[in-house]
Design a protein around this ligand. Sequence first.
Ligand SMILES: *Cc1c(COP(=O)(O)O)cnc(C)c1O
Length: 468
Amino acid sequence: MKTIIEPFRIKSIETVRTTTVEQREEILKNAYYNPFLIPAEDVLIDLLTDSGTSAMSAKQWAAIMDGDESYAGSKSYFRFKNATENIFGFKHIIPVHQGRAAERILFQFLLSSIDEEGRFNNAGKGKTIPSNNHFDTTRANIEFNGAEAVDLVIEEGKHPEVIHPFKGNMDLKKLEAFIKKYGKENIPVCMITITNNTGGGQPVSMENIREVSKICRKNGIPFFIDACRFAENAYFIKIREKGYENKEILDICREMFSYADGCTMSAKKDAFANIGGFVAMNSEDWYLNCKNLLIITEGYETYGGLAGRDMEAIAQGLEEIVDEGYLHYRIHSTKYLGDKLTENGIPIIQPPGGHAIYVDAKGFLPNIPADKYPGQALTAELYRIGGVRAVEIGSVMFGKYDEKGKLIPADMELVRLAIPRRVYTQSHIDYLIEVFCEIKENKDKIHGIKIIEEPKFLRHFTAKFGLA
Ligand SMILES: *Cc1c(COP(=O)(O)O)cnc(C)c1O
């Protein structure tokens, strides 16, 4: 059969609410044109994020009922520990409430000097951390600790229309030059994000992971993987990289992590959980220091900010995510959306990524300049026309200002349509394609956007906007 169907059936449903264009115009105004400020009940199809929005399986819900809420050494912690060891294979694991807590602990430790009393004193200044592309919370946690986060993705990864099987790869020459320039003593860790969320949900090849690891080891720099979408990345390796076509997904995952010294993970992505995450590592010394930070702010080491039931949901989810039948459906259903948009003349990052389709707003709305935020304008229009919620990944998220307060735009102006796992059916996606076709008809009338109010870090979450 050529048709790829959802490899599940629906047992429990949530009703979604339809609104009119007039109602949505009012809602948009009240939300200051920031999709994060729109009440979820007023959204018809919610593609804001694939984070924590997965539909859990009956087995996950059953595991939740079986959660052990003991403060120390709960049965659920050991199930969680075993499930993560089985895939990631690192010696130490620290459960946290979500990915950014893992980042906060890791970077606060790495970017501090620790005094004789065991206190952490910030020493991030002058330090730099390379990655293919840092995700926004990763970047924020590095910068918040005074260091610099640098993106070294391959050139192909910066051009939406260029096709490359592994557009998430790190540029190895740039990495070597970077290490020479800044000195290994100023690079406490090197990261790679799989799949590369910021760069379009694009995968990283096994060869690239192996080579980055080699360069790091040669220079004595620890190497960490931002593992949020590790299973999707493994599936892309299986279908696109020579030598992996007959390998099991689990074995591909194990090989990826065998090259690293540790990883950070948001279980809200490739673990089908609504909350949770972890940081894992081989170094005993790092583990002891990170554990101290964990206990001060997150919780005791065998739950770290999670309920026992959450650890159960994650453990069960990790078993389900490496299922090849599921990943086949996941990657192909995302491609279905990407291919249909392309057929209808909507420019997207090619080829379609794993968890999301990234519309090239700069290409789609050439009349709106970067300082009128074409991506933000398109998210407003998607909501106005179709009740669809998406997120800008462009100059609102990553723009900076020069000394004169002039915008330094991001490399790309994108709108991310993130697809929650196992939540929407093909007819939801067909509706979305229709919404885009309608927007295209009148796209020259779409207003630019201006910023009215913004915080210093991660401004896209809470900034207020108006029509420019
Ligand atoms: C979501 C995400 C994070 C942060 O995880 P949270 O659970 O949202 O805190 C880090 N890196 C990547 C690549 C992500 O997609």
